[in-house]
Design a protein around this ligand. Structure first.
Ligand code: GUE
Length: 294
């Protein structure tokens, strides 16, 4: 398994910071032309601690990029009707260019219905079926941030993926399906694997580009990886804390220490895809703002 080499660690944190810098420059230009700043509304229902942390960084980085942040924190018991009413108000608010409803929502709320209520032109998460359909059909639209961030890292690492074998492990609407569409649009030969896939290890070993997005800590082992492959680890899993620690360690869906002896390049967790997600969210917000003012 070990080739005695060590993979290049793809520095998502640094690349994301560079993208945020570019977004900040463009956001300043937008504000000068439009006479207002681009605005992002983030809606958080309930107080899941992980979601609180993500929303906190989204708000901070939105402001750092020179955009306006509208924060809506709702109680866990908020009704679906009240959440839908807020989404409609944000759709109608001209100062809001992007709307992100943090997922997962409490179980009594149908997230599909909430996503459907978001104006597709403000759907900076790229989750509305109209935007998903646009991605599928190769039409311009807003694309989901985590897949977009993953693609940016792939492009920067391997350049052109045309003709390469790409395997995506995971078929979620949030990550697996859209990242597969993006790889296909870039002319990779794409296989989407999932929990029912037979001999997942052998399939993964054929991948020049392997995207792991299953949400299972360290599931992808070193001997599942083709020597020289590029590995994009989308998973963010917090392990149970050690007896003396308050918080468990963050790990991806890939067994990093094993994989880095086989791959030619790999994203770390944290510091890989995660920061790229937020950078792409800011970029999507600016794009939505620019389209809205025409
Ligand atoms: N509507 C919606 N859209 C989302 O895009 C969305 C969501 N809901 N719900 C939750 C997931 C998760 N997510 C992350 C964003 C940034 C990091 C991130 O920046 N992580 C850092 C730090 C991780 C840490 O220390 O906790 C890193 O990986 O280096 C992680 C995870 C967006 N999500």
């Amino acid at each position: 398994m070990s080739s005695g080499t060590t993979a290049r660690i793809i520095d998502g944190k640094a690349i994301a910071a560079a993208i945020r810098g570019e977004v900040a420059d463009e956001a300043a230009g937008f504000a000068a032309r439009a006479g207002r700043r681009a605005g992002l509304a983030v809606v958080l229902v309930g107080n899941d601690p992980a979601s609180e942390v993500y929303v906190g960084s989204k708000v901070r980085l939105t402001r750092e990029a020179g955009m306006e942040s509208f924060e809506h924190r709702l109680a866990a018991e908020t009704s679906e009707a009240d959440l839908l009413a807020l989404v409609h108000r944000l759709n109608d608010n001209p100062a809001v260019d992007g709307i992100l409803v943090q997922l997962p929502l409490p179980r009594h709320i149908d997230s599909g219905r909430v996503i459907l209520a978001i104006d597709p032109a403000k759907d900076v998460d790229g989750l509305h079926p109209e935007n998903a359909g646009r991605l599928m059909n190769g039409l311009p639209g807003l694309v989901p941030c985590t897949p977009l961030g993953s693609m940016r890292l792939i492009e920067r690492t391997v350049g052109d993926v045309a003709g390469l074998d790409a395997v995506v492990v995971g078929r979620s609407v949030l990550v697996g399906k859209p990242v597969a569409q993006m790889l296909l649009a870039a002319n990779a030969t794409v296989t989407v694997a999932h929990s029912r896939t037979r001999d997942l290890a052998a399939l993964c070993r054929r991948a020049d580009v392997l995207v792991a997005a299953v949400g299972r800590p360290e599931m992808v082992r070193g001997d599942w990886i083709k020597p020289g492959a590029t590995v994009i680890d989308v998973g963010i899993n917090r392990l149970a804390p050690a007896p003396d620690a308050a918080k468990g360690r963050l790990v991806g869906d890939v067994a990093f220490a094993e994989a880095k002896t086989v791959a030619s390049a790999i994203t770390p967790v944290p510091g890989g895809v995660g920061p790229m997600t937020i950078a792409c969210l800011l970029q999507n917000t600016l794009q939505a703002a620019q389209r809205r003012v025409g």
